[in-house]
Design a protein around this ligand. Structure first.
Ligand code: MCA
Ligand code: AMP
Length: 498
């Protein structure tokens, strides 16, 4: 196996060759099998070329073996991996394929129908994952660490989602800081229940496990009962999820009989670490989980553009309501409006610097430039430092909503909904919600007969991911506006007060 010049995570796999790496619906696979399979995928993508030279490869597969083999195959061929979301309707898939300017589109056979059409319409090469996995091996290029590796689409304060480009070196920095801070080893065995079009699932779980030579069990989608069964087996050592997932696990525990509860508790006690992130973990949830599992959830903070930046410690005090301390290799600062650092105890804007910070927004140089100040990435989150521990106080923009751990843009949803014939002006706001953190709510000035919410959702479902759909609706004569005529979102939010 010639792995010199391979991307760092791939090169490391040689040392773990005989060990199990993936346990998924498709079966159990070793690191050697992953190297073999991803080599075949790379050869299929190259199709006689020496190097993809940064061509984007968009791929759609449920979390599982094909997903991992294709992702590694893209990297080994010198391409940039653009993971597509299983839950997205065709319109969103097409947006990403076009915006990323993907040269090749790869799909799992179960999800091929919509994507094949997208590829054909846009003149992209289309490949089934199975075909790629069956290709004859070929020589593979060397891939320099500074080359782009991954584009993840993330919603921001400007309309449609932007592609966040991270290099192999960025990914290595994001992974190694977590491997060190959370003590990952080859003896670890984790269960991945998160979607694989975002950093939490891709970097924190999948890449950290594979970097460490550990075992990553994968569920194609989160299911509380199946997750508990894996925990009950006692074979897992660590687990990571968003607060909404922990809430579902708590609900399933509450419904279980005493005998099963005892098994659930025993399984948790055999684990060494349980982590929460992507959205604020309510202190009550942290406490309830501690009662059930004996674990104080380790809460951490991150962002697609930077990987993880702050984390409560593996050893030492995990402070409820706090996202902890800067991770090794990550520089953090809290600043005022002019970019001057503020003293501890004073709230300000959180900014991040270091090798884990992304390379650029794909083909958006202005947005990239605006997101930095003097070399520091401006997160848009407001934080305060207390005894060295960081506490998040909110976001700069009311138009960013976190729901079920997904970041969504109110502006993007409004833009799509305005295309509905009965919607004139509209405003989307995030309202606090016990289950979802925030839920997406919509106020409308109608221009015709506004259909009831389920009908409106069905219409929007063709255009937007399920987690972007409005969950509550108010029809208003006119939206609250200021003297300039601008809609005042905090006033809109009051319309949904319960
Ligand atoms: C789904 N539903 C919702 C929402 N999502 N309702 C309100 N708000 C939502 N956000 C509805 C569906 O329409 C459906 O209703 C019902 O809930 C079940 O839907 P389903 O798709 O089955 O939901 P689920 O699969 O149970 O989803 C829950 C989930 C998911 C597993 C918690 O939200 C999830 O995977 N979240 C993780 C997101 C994540 O990985 N974020 C990381 C981003 P009906 O049947 O009526 O249609 S990376 C990041 O944030 C940074 C880097 C970081 O720090 O990690
Ligand atoms: P994303 O764009 O999906 O990467 O989401 C990043 C955002 O998620 C951050 O800017 C924060 O607003 C939020 N976030 C991540 N982790 C936490 C956390 N532990 N507590 C509160 N918010 C968080």
């Amino acid at each position: 196996m010639a792995l010199s010049g391979a991307p760092p995570i791939v090169a490391r796999a040689e040392a773990a060759a005989g060990r199990t790496c993936i346990v998924a619906d498709e079966g159990t696979f070793s690191y050697a099998e992953l190297l073999e399979a991803s080599g075949r995928v790379a050869a299929a993508l190259l199709d006689g070329r020496a190097d993809l030279e940064g061509a984007r490869v968009a791929f759609l597969a449920p979390p599982g073996w094909d997903y991992v083999a294709v992702q590694w195959g893209v990297w080994r061929a010198g391409g940039v991996a653009v993971p597509l979301a299983v839950s997205h309707p065709e319109a969103e898939l097409e947006y990403v394929v076009r915006d990323a300017d993907a040269e090749i589109v790869v799909a799992h056979p179960d999800l091929a129908a919509a994507l094949r059409g997208v590829a054909e319409r846009n003149g992209r090469r289309f490949l089934l994952a199975g075909e790629a996995l069956a290709a004859e091996p070929a020589p593979l290029p060397g891939v320099d660490e500074e080359r782009p590796a991954l584009i993840i689409y993330t919603s921001g304060t400007t309309g449609r989602p932007k592609g966040v480009v991270s290099t192999h070196a960025n990914l290595r920095a994001q992974v190694t800081t977590l491997v060190d801070a959370w003590g990952w080893t080859a003896e670890d065995r984790t269960l991945l229940v998160l979607p694989l079009h975002h950093v939490h699932g891709i970097v924190n779980v999948l890449c950290c496990a594979l970097w460490s030579g550990a075992v990553c069990e994968i569920l194609p989608r989160f299911d509380a009962d199946e997750t508990w069964r894996a925990i009950e087996s006692g074979r897992l050592t660590l687990f990571m999820a968003v607060p909404t997932v922990y809430r579902r696990l708590i609900a399933a525990y509450d419904e279980a009989d005493d005998e099963r509860r005892a098994r659930m508790v025993a399984g948790c006690r055999r684990m060494r670490l349980m982590v929460s992130g992507s959205a604020a973990l309510p202190v009550q949830m942290l406490e309830r989980w501690r009662e059930i599992s004996g674990h104080t959830l380790l809460e951490r903070y991150g962002m697609t553009e930077i990987g993880m930046a702050l984390s409560n410690p593996l050893e030492g005090e995990r402070r409820p309501g706090s996202v902890g301390l800067p991770l090794p290799g990550v520089e953090t600062r809290v600043v005022d409006d002019e970019g001057r650092p503020v003293p501890p105890g004073t709230p300000g804007d959180l900014e991040i610097r270091g090798p884990s910070v992304f390379h650029q927004y794909w083909r958006r140089p202005e947005a990239t430039a605006e997101s930095f100040r003097d070399g520091w990435f401006r997160t848009g989150d407001v934080a305060v430092v207390e005894d060295g521990y960081y506490r998040l106080l909110g976001r700069r923009s009311v138009d960013i909503i976190k729901t079920g751990g997904f970041k969504v843009s109110a502006l993007e949803i409004e833009e799509v909904l305005r295309e509905h014939p009965a919607i004139g002006e509209c405003a989307v706001v995030g309202i606090d919600d016990e289950e979802w953190g925030e839920r997406v709510c919509l106020a409308v000035e109608a221009t015709g007969d506004l259909p009831p919410l389920p009908e409106l959702q069905a219409w929007a479902r063709q255009r937007l991911a399920p987690y972007k759909l409005p969950r509550d609706l108010r029809l208003v004569d006119s939206l609250p506006r200021n003297a300039m005529g601008k809609v005042v979102k905090p006033e809109v939010a009051k319309l949904f007060a319960r």
